[in-house]
Design a protein around this ligand. Structure first.
Ligand SMILES: [Zn+2]
Length: 262
């Protein structure tokens, strides 16, 4: 069973943190996901993967709260947008408290692209203080990689997010309301444009991507495929995380003690 900060007693959490010194936090968003998926899709997907990752690492799972930075969906029914400074302040405070309790390694498991700039800013600021090291997991990109062979593109409200919600709670998925797969002309090109590492532009309202707020093909997300979703995505995350952690350890061993906070 996962050591969950919210569910443990004070002494139990002190013990769990002393044991692993690692905290796993889920970061997501509450925002409209079309007529077929719940507003909390990103939050619930992040929680699903973060639970599995915490369990495998023997780390402490720390609930964060479902809201994220999502100006792109602001003003659309179902969306609650946090200002970047609100999100950054919340994440800073939560992590600072955890450092005080003895956490020295943070794994931020994110399923919402709008959070990335803010989470990176907080992680680098706090790590720079020297109290702890941070690892960022963009679980939605990991899911995109592992489901590519199924035609899995990461689109807002498409197959990958439908799969995540089927894995979490099939009662929340209303695929029959999605209608035919939508592929607005240019939406994929716009997604490539905003996700490029090299030269990229910005999207500030989801209607720039798709008029009805979502696009993609939820059709390939079947209950059978969903059965393995959590295991499949979390093991891919853990593999990538292990190699990121190894890189840091190799460097530390090379430089001797004192490099990494203990
Ligand atoms: Zn989403």
């Amino acid at each position: 069973m996962t050591a969950n900060l919210a569910q443990m007693t004070g002494p139990e959490s002190a013990e769990a943190i002393a044991r692993s010194r690692t905290a796993v936090l889920p970061l997501g968003s509450i925002e409209q996901h079309g007529p077929h998926l719940p507003n909390g899709t990103d939050a619930m997907a992040a929680e699903l993967i973060a639970h599995a990752v915490a369990e495998q690492l023997g780390a402490v799972y720390v609930p964060f709260g479902p809201y994220g930075v999502t100006p792109i969906h602001a003003g659309h029914a179902g969306t609650v947008n946090l200002r970047r400074e609100t999100f950054e302040a919340l994440l800073t405070d939560v992590c600072t408290e955890l450092v005080r309790m003895g956490v020295r390694t943070f794994v931020l498991v994110n399923w919402h692209e709008g959070n990335i700039a803010a989470m990176n800013a907080v992680a680098t600021d706090l790590q720079d203080r020297g109290d702890a090291v941070f690892f960022a997991v963009q679980a939605c990109y990991t899911a995109q990689r592992v489901y590519r062979e199924h035609g899995g593109e990461l689109t807002h409200g498409g197959g990958i997010e439908t799969l995540a919600m089927l894995a979490h709670d099939p009662a929340l998925v209303k695929t029959e309301r999605a209608g035919a797969p939508t592929r607005p002309p240019g939406a994929q090109a716009m997604d490539r444009m905003r996700r490029s590492h090299e030269v990229y532009g910005f999207i500030t309202d989801v209607s720039e991507l798709a008029d009805d707020g979502w696009y993609g093909n939820p059709g390939w997300a079947t209950p059978q495929l969903a059965e393995q979703f959590t295991e499949t995505v979390s093991s891919a995350v853990l593999e990538a995380l292990a190699s990121a952690m190894r890189a840091r350890d190799i460097r530390r061993d090379d430089r001797g003690p004192g490099d990494r906070p203990s």
